[in-house]
Design a protein around this ligand. Structure first.
Ligand SMILES: Nc1ncnc2c1ncn2[C@@H]1O[C@H](COP(=O)(O)OP(=O)(O)O)[C@@H](O)[C@H]1O
Ligand SMILES: [Mg+2]
Length: 377
């Protein structure tokens, strides 16, 4: 398995191999242990923290020993879409020229789907022309085929909460029952909506309850990200003091995608030495680029929602948002109004709720750039 080099040492999309992957040692080890013990794992975290990256990393490390399949079901809306995505993922898991690849191709073809090729990536896309009621039967065919392989299978299903939106309401229960019987296939589920994922996997009344090991993904450890950033600049003969790297991590709140994005711009925009002035300049440019989008966001919020969002942005981590002191500090309305606003802001993904290490709830703005832009107003 070979990777193209990313255009800078700080890619903000895709996985480029272990060399461009920071830390996640404990999580990687846990996932591998689970897989070796035959346990499926569920990764839960807000968007852009590095769930997909971690899945790709683990699959890369294990690709000699396992058949590694990766399916992102975010774009799917029905059971048939789900089937098509799984089948395409199976087809893309192994190069066609290998013995196993040929076996997979002839198996998928035997199910008589239409196979087209993506114009940009050249990857095959499988689509079945079937009645909705035949979907489960076809998915069973896929799993049965994977069961028969000599090598074990790691099947990653990314953005798994999407199945809750399918019109086929019994999909979750059916899938659970079917998957439970598999012995040769280990799953990694991943999802970006913690409340939905927790509901699916941690609520006793739901089919997937306790069927997997839950692995919440936190931000990457500050010191190890700091060391990584310094090293990556150094590898390209650029200098950055640890204090400056720390400032960049603070500004991006250590949220992986935003750290990568800022480092990427700073890498391109800097000469030999990266100073505070250099990164701040790049950060301001990032905010300027997004301004029109942020203004649009603001126009779509009610006055109350906007006021609360501003308060949360100012606080960074906003605790006890209905408390007297929070209301006074940010001149907000009644706690009933706050509760209404917080619900709609969360639903629209402007903010997210999380528990800290002590088990206290706080709210933060989802998009770090939006947060910084609001703070600069
Ligand atoms: N451990 C890591 N080291 C460096 N960059 C990472 C790491 N994990 C993720 N990234 C980068 O951050 C971006 C967002 O991560 P991603 O895995 O897509 O998040 P998620 O799946 O949680 O939404 C990725 O495109 C990748 O470039
Ligand atoms: Mg992802």
């Amino acid at each position: 398995m070979k990777f193209k080099n990313p255009s800078t040492p700080f890619p903000s999309v895709g996985y480029f191999g272990p060399e461009y992957f920071c830390d996640r040692k404990v999580e990687t080890e846990t996932l591998i242990k689970n897989i070796e013990g035959g346990l499926s794992t569920t990764l839960v975290a807000i968007r852009r923290i590095g769930k997909t990256g971690l899945i790709k990393h683990v699959q890369y490390l294990l690709h000699d020993k396992y058949i590694c399949i990766y399916a992102d079901i975010l774009p799917t809306e029905t059971g048939i879409d789900f089937l098509n995505t799984l089948a395409s993922a199976i087809l893309n898991s192994v190069p066609e020229k290998t013995g196993l690849g040929q076996k997979i191709w002839s198996f998928i073809k035997s199910l008589r789907p239409v196979i087209t090729f993506d114009k940009l990536s050249g990857e095959p896309n499988v689509s079945f022309n079937i009645q909705p009621k035949e979907t489960t039967h076809q998915i069973e065919n896929l799993f049965e085929f994977l069961e028969q392989q000599d090598r074990r299978v790691i099947f990653a299903v990314d953005e798994f909460q999407q199945i809750l939106d399918y019109p086929e309401k019994s999909m979750e229960a059916w899938l659970r029952t079917t998957i439970q019987q598999l012995q040769n296939v280990i799953f990694i589920y991943s999802g970006s909506q913690p409340h939905l994922m927790n509901e699916m996997f941690a609520n006793p009344s739901n089919p997937f309850f306790r069927s997997t090991v839950l692995l919440p993904l936190e931000k990457i450890n500050f010191e190890s990200y700091q060391a990584y950033i310094i090293q990556k600049f150094k590898d390209s003969k650029k200098e950055i003091e640890s204090q400056v790297a720390a400032e960049m991590l603070d500004w991006t709140t250590g949220h992986t995608y935003f750290v990568q994005l800022l480092c990427n711009r700073v890498f391109i925009g800097s000469k030999r030495v990266v100073t505070t002035e250099v990164w701040q300049n790049e950060a301001l440019k990032l905010l300027k680029e997004q301004e029109i989008i942020f203004l649009g966001y603001r126009d779509n919020l009610t006055r109350e929602q906007w006021k609360l969002l501003k308060a949360i942005a100012q606080a960074g981590k906003a605790y006890s948002i209905t408390s007297k002191s929070f209301i006074r500090e940010y001149a907000l309305g009644s706690s009933a109004t706050i509760i209404r606003s917080v619900n709609s802001l969360e639903k629209k993904s402007f903010i997210y709720m999380q528990y800290d290490a002590e088990g206290n709830r706080f709210y933060s703005v989802y998009d770090v750039l939006f947060q910084r832009w609001i703070q600069n107003l």
